[in-house]
Design a protein around this ligand. Structure first.
Ligand SMILES: O=C(O)C(=O)C[C@]1(C(=O)O)C=C[C@@H](O)C=C1
Length: 282
């Protein structure tokens, strides 16, 4: 089976994808949009993209494309510990470094460390941590460093200057497996952390108590929400959709007609699936 992931080789997303699909053909993509397009066009069966980080929060691009592509559903979530390291070309010295490159999520997760120790060195966004590491390995003359993982340092022959530079010890990223198949991904070799449902809810118009009505559907059924995120609809200031995770199995969700009640208050619901959450190794 072909599986797309946010590449290039040695990205954190690849480390997650390799654990989820050890026997499949993994195809690196240049962006989260390319991962969604590869699934939407049928070039691959599934893709793995980041959804949320425990320090930096939701990856908004992933939410936006889930909203824009209703045919794409979620098959599973996987949580992986994230350790960032600062690395340079082995022929360079950290004293000469003039710029630090990485994925914006990685720079944000290490912001205080970089601000404390490398305050005057400009930080620059790159498409992924691994692409930044690769760029450093190919450009020893332009005195740059990258924030990336150990695997990228090994693959691109870089020297690690500072280890574990993330601002909080507990740094985890949650990835999702997306597909059009609406399957539930199973893996008996990985630890299961729980089960949940995901949905995107849009209210017909902004009115007093609208979100309260949506939340009460779950509250009086004693269903626990594990995530709620509002995201702009891009139709004007103040217009949002909501990504909601409800803990529990599919039967719990159907129990008491929660989805029917949401429809009865004219909420538009794109049900993303009932799926498991797995724990990965770093
Ligand atoms: O740049 C990478 O290596 C990625 O896989 C992307 C990504 C992200 O978008 O959150 C994945 C995990 C880490 O949180 C940092 C970056």
């Amino acid at each position: 089976m072909k599986i797309a992931f946010l590449g290039p080789h040695a990205s954190f997303t690849q480390l997650a994808t390799a654990q989820l699909f050890p026997n499949d053909e993994l195809l690196p993509q240049a962006s989260i949009l390319d991962c969604f397009n590869a699934v939407e066009n049928g070039d691959v069966a599934k893709a793995v993209v980041p959804l949320e980080n425990s320090i930096e929060g939701t990856v908004s691009m992933t939410l936006d494309y889930l909203y824009k592509t209703p045919s794409i559903k979620i098959e599973a979530e996987a949580v992986m510990p994230i350790a960032h390291h600062l690395m340079i070309h082995p022929e360079n010295s950290i004293e000469n470094i003039e710029r630090i490159y990485s994925h914006p999520q990685a720079l944000a997760q290490s912001f205080h460390f970089l601000d404390t120790h490398y305050k005057n060195i400009p930080k620059q966004d790159f498409s992924s941590t691994a692409a930044a590491a690769k760029y450093v390995s190919e450009n020893k003359d332009i005195k740059i460093a990258a924030v990336a993982n150990q695997y990228a340092a090994n693959l691109y022959g870089l020297k690690i200057i500072n280890r574990n530079i993330q601002d909080f010890e507990q740094n985890h990223t949650r990835f999702i497996i997306i597909s059009k198949l609406q399957n539930k991904y199973e893996n008996e070799t990985l630890q299961t952390l729980g089960e949940k449902s995901g949905m995107l809810v849009t209210l017909p118009e902004d009115h007093p108590g609208g979100l309260h009505q949506v939340l009460s559907v779950f509250a009086w059924r004693k269903m626990n929400l594990s995530k709620i995120e509002s995201r702009t609809l891009k139709t004007g200031l103040g217009n949002y959709f909501f990504f909601i995770n409800v803990e529990g199995s599919w039967n719990d969700i159907l129990h008491g007609n929660a989805l029917k009640e949401l429809e009865s208050i004219n909420a538009d619901v794109d049900f993303l699936g009932n799926y498991k959450e797995f724990l990965l190794e770093s």
